[in-house]
Design a protein around this ligand. Structure first.
Ligand code: SF4
Length: 359
């Protein structure tokens, strides 16, 4: 059932809950943030360091590609280095790689059972997942629709994506397996929204939201926000990834920002800065970027405002815990709308960081 916006903040589509290592996905649990490692999984040291960097920025889980046996056998060593950060193995076709990853302690498998082929092989994966309470994510995207549903000439629609997902779901359900997570990613925003809405009505399982092939940051952020926000505001979605042609750290920050700005994640900085205009007589843009970076990297749960002029700045950012308003080469630092001192342009970042640390 579609929820009105004000209710969706507190009331989400009620899906089944599944365990994802140290976290729980679905039901009324927090929407989990995930990204995907950009380093080959067998490079254990490097990939583990990347997982820990992403977790420090707010990732709840990380997905890793499994291309060969070396990757499939690396999960035990990676788990030892990254502690309780849940890991998801991304596998295509190879049931033996799934079994190896499960032996290494992976927390979820992304595999489409219909692509494994042999039912005995599917059963082996399902039994190994059941024994460890490990969920399976079925990931359908517009570029890899099941051939029995899409013949290459007809238009792919939301219904095609859902029908393709259903084929895989039916296989798992027929084997008594229900710890399922679904994604239906299109690269077209409207089609993806429609597919997820249809999936929310069709299946009781948690949904992983994302727009695939969203592009580099400037395009990808907008495209993902345009696609994900309407769904999240309707109470649809249990975990998200913002796919970008960029580092996974950037994806994690983008997910945190989107959820926070929609009121679905409280523990994140609120950052405000003005767009600048003819009144601006300080170096606002680099100052704003440096302070935003500091707040996000240290995940400081405060409201900070960087405003270009004293005329409008403190008033517009009255509710900020801390702010700075520019004058002629000088900044007034204010707390809760009250100016506490002035600092020159070249020292403002350093002085603001000192004040942020005191908050
Ligand atoms: S806060 Fe001041 S400098 Fe910034 S856009 Fe508004 S009027 Fe211009």
């Amino acid at each position: 059932m579609r929820l009105p916006y004000n209710m969706a903040m507190n009331q989400r589509e009620q899906t089944r809950s599944v365990k994802l290592g140290s976290k729980t996905l679905g039901g009324s649990n927090n929407i989990l943030i995930q990204s995907m490692c950009s380093i080959k999984t067998s490079k254990v040291e490097e990939v583990s360091a990347q997982i820990l960097r992403c977790a420090a920025l707010g990732a709840d889980a990380m997905r890793l590609s499994v291309l060969d046996e070396e990757d499939a056998r690396s999960f035990g060593a990676i788990k030892e280095k990254v502690g309780d950060v849940p890991l998801i193995a991304d596998i295509h076709f190879r049931h033996d790689f799934a079994l190896m990853a499960l032996q290494g302690g992976v927390d979820a498998i992304r595999i489409n059972p219909g692509n494994i082929g042999d039912i005995d092989k599917i059963k082996q994966v399902v039994e190994a997942c059941k024994a460890r309470s490990v969920p399976i994510r079925i990931g359908v995207n517009s570029g890899s629709i099941d051939k029995s549903i899409y013949y290459g000439k007809q238009m792919i629609t939301a219904a095609t994506l859902v029908a393709s997902a259903k084929k895989h779901v039916d296989i798992l359900e027929s084997l008594g397996f229900h710890d399922i997570v679904l994604s239906l990613k299109g690269s077209d925003v409207r089609q993806t929204i429609e597919a997820y809405r249809l999936a929310a009505e069709t299946f009781p399982y948690p949904l992983h939201l994302g727009i695939t092939e969203a592009g580099p940051k400037d395009i990808g952020l907008l495209r993902s926000a345009a696609g994900l926000a309407p769904l999240l505001l309707d109470g649809i979605g249990d975990t998200i990834r913002i796919s970008l042609s960029d580092e996974p750290e950037e994806e994690v920050k983008a997910c945190c920002r989107l959820l926070h700005d929609l009121g679905l994640k409280e523990d994140y900085p609120t950052f405000i800065s003005c767009p600048t205009c003819g009144r601006t007589a300080v170096n606002l843009v680099p100052t704003a970027k440096a302070i935003q970076k500091y707040l996000e990297e240290h995940r400081i749960n405060k409201t900070v405002a960087i405003m270009g002029c004293i005329v409008n700045g403190p008033g517009e950012a009255r509710h900020a815990d801390l702010g700075a308003a520019g004058g002629n080469g000088v900044w007034a630092i204010f707390k809760k709308g009250e100016v506490i001192r002035n600092v020159p342009d070249e020292l403002v970042v350093e002085e603001l960081i000192k004040e942020i640390d005191k908050l």
